[in-house]
Design a protein around this ligand. Structure first.
Ligand SMILES: O=C(O)CCC(=O)C(=O)O
Length: 188
């Protein structure tokens, strides 16, 4: 059982339940986030030597240069990632939002290299997870850099969590599960 309670305000909780998302700032120290970002760079530079095109790369330039896209399951790739996601403050917040003790199902790091980005199309995470009831699963998106609408912030369609799972289609090998605008119409 967690020691601290009520790290999420009623206003934040209401926002989360109504819109399907909430921003909670200042959970991690800058020094911790910076050190995680450095480890991300180290791992990317290693993985890029033998990239798995279907998941790792967003783009391969004519020059042969590979634009890194993501790290899959960083939890098992460096102990610092384990400390990071098991952080008490972070987990207490997730526990309050979820209403139960969280279990880690999946973790990924998405990279947005300058000039190339690394866009991830709209999708529903629970299309991948297939967790039911859907209210029992939550995605925490942690910014390792300052983010805004120009440099790759997460975008969410307000209230789409109330629409159930919509259909997805394969946009490309790297993006096998893209939410379809032919689904229930919420992406139109
Ligand atoms: O940050 C991104 O580009 C994608 C994040 C994402 O797909 C997710 O959190 O489900």
């Amino acid at each position: 059982m967690k020691e601290n309670s009520e790290m999420v305000t009623q206003e934040q909780m209401d926002h989360y339940l109504e819109k399907g998302w909430v921003v909670i700032e200042g959970i991690f120290d800058h020094a911790v986030v910076d050190s995680i970002a450095k480890i991300v760079t180290t791992i990317i530079n290693e993985e890029i030597k033998s990239p798995d095109v279907s998941t790792m790369t967003g783009e391969r330039l004519e020059s042969g240069e590979i634009i890194p896209r993501k790290i899959n399951i960083p939890f098992f790739k460096h102990p610092s990632f384990q400390e990071f996601v098991l952080d008490d403050r972070f987990n207490n917040i997730i526990e309050e939002l979820l209403g139960d003790t969280p279990l880690l199902l999946r973790d990924q790091v998405f990279t947005k290299p300058p000039r190339h980005g690394g866009p991830v199309p709209y999708h529903q995470d629970n299309f991948h997870y297939q967790c039911f009831p859907a209210d029992d699963v939550i995605t925490a998106w942690i910014a390792l850099d300052d983010v805004n609408e120009e440099n790759g912030c997460l975008r969410y369609i307000n209230g789409s969590h109330k629409e159930g799972i919509i259909s997805h289609y394969q946009k490309s090998a790297a993006e096998p599960h893209t939410a379809s605008s032919r689904g229930k119409g919420i992406l139109k």
